[in-house]
Design a protein around this ligand. Structure first.
Ligand SMILES: [Cu+2]
Length: 168
């Protein structure tokens, strides 16, 4: 029920904005309490710049990069990361050219933690073959308290981003 209402909202809102701007604003605010407790609504937490890098060789793992911003009052701990179309994930830290699994990530208040190439990243194993460059997939982060946040990841082919920045 909640998912259906949330999905329907942008369409309804864009229609009312043209005629009754004030009313649509009130309608949006009225939606907020209903959304509290929904899996994708952890207080103060947002995910931006989500990107999924496909492996250059099919069968190899991919990687997810994004920014996790904690504007909440408390430190949050990432317990697990799930990505649609991915069988299994691990959080890795790259150090001295080597990747090491990280069991748990704590993000303190007012910290925007970057998951990026050459640093902290989410390694994605067992891709289901439906992940295609140009599409997007959804990532859901589960925190140690059971709360979750979901965000889209733009799918890119390995090489596209790297080559774009290095023209010979
Ligand atoms: Cu890795």
């Amino acid at each position: 029920m909640i998912a259906a209402r949330r999905f329907a909202l942008p369409l309804a809102a864009s229609l009312t904005v043209m005629t009754l701007g004030a009313c649509s604003k009130e309608a949006k605010e009225a939606e907020k309490p209903a959304a509290t407790g929904a899996p994708e609504a952890k207080e103060g937490i947002s995910v931006s710049s989500g990107m999924f890098m496909l492996p250059a060789v099919s069968g190899n793992p991919g990687a997810a990069y994004f920014v996790l911003d904690n504007q909440g009052a408390n430190t949050v701990s990432i317990a697990s990361v799930a990505i649609d179309g991915v069988g299994k994930t691990e959080i890795h830290q790259t150090m001295g050219g080597q990747m090491k699994p990280v069991d748990r990530i704590d993000v303190e208040p007012k910290v925007a933690m970057k998951f990026e190439r050459g640093g902290l990243h989410v390694m994605a194993f067992d891709l289901d073959g439906k992940l295609k460059a140009g599409d997007s997939t959804e990532m859901t982060i589960t925190f140690s308290d059971g709360d979750k946040v979901s965000a889209p990841l733009k799918i890119e082919a390995m090489g596209a981003g790297a080559m774009g920045g290095m023209k010979h």
